[in-house]
Write a protein that binds this ligand. Sequence first.
Ligand SMILES: [Fe+2]
Length: 302
Amino acid sequence: MKTTVRGVRSVEIEMGEPERAAEFYAQIWNLKVVERKGRSVWLRGTGAYHHILAIHPAKGPAAMRRLTFDAANRAIVHALHNKVAAGGCATEAPHEIDAPGGGYGFGFADGEGRNLAVVCDVRDHADAADVPDRPRKIAHVNLNAAQLENSNAFLIDVLGFRKVDHSGPLHFFHCDNTDHSSMVMGATKTPTLNHVSFEMPDLESCMRGGGRMRDAGYPIEWGPGRHGSGNNVFCYFAGPEEFPIEYTAEVLQIDDSYEFHGPEYWKWPPGRLDQWGITPPHTARWKRIQDMVLFTPGTYRI
Ligand SMILES: [Fe+2]
């Protein structure tokens, strides 16, 4: 068994108007509310994970509170905790989790102050069949790093990811599942969120979701198109409070035989930004919001 995670289980975000955001993610983004506590709301996709998104009240602007990775079992949780602690991260001992979905795991802050967590044994759902036009799960999270080499090394050396591609400014990381990548890293001046990508069951659902978003007043900020690395289709949006989100589908499925390619391989003909050659450039708004959302400092304990 690989000593790494099985992907991004969930993200927790902070919103100035959490009720409005929860209504959006349930009614328009097509997740489903599974639990409410105070002003916090937990929502699931059609996949088995207990929840894939938690929305909490913000004290300031929209923020990322936490990114939680899924682990196969307690042995993996303990092995990863040992590596995280040995790496000098602020962390807590693995423990039973008293939060919606429960589980066993630990939180920590990485070298750039991001709140991350690794959990297993969550009370997941028995039903996990695809539903047209509803997201299954989080496909990947794309983060911006101020110390890109260190952040990439942390994913590889501590959390056990494998770097599977480097395309333009983006580095793609694969873990213990069949998806091409579950984490994507790029460089900026401050560590921020680039976007959270939600996986739709197919291309049709990705397009229908794009139309539903436009109808609701959330235009496509970049896309539709098909990426090179990862081969996935994409539509990017500014969600409530301009939180950067993506619908994706048809993510390339790989195994250990997948061969790394660098930026010299992933090149487009002039004027082209996706495989189809159909997407216009991303909007000025997308350019702004993909380097806007900070992690809330000091809240790594779960
Ligand atoms: Fe993406």
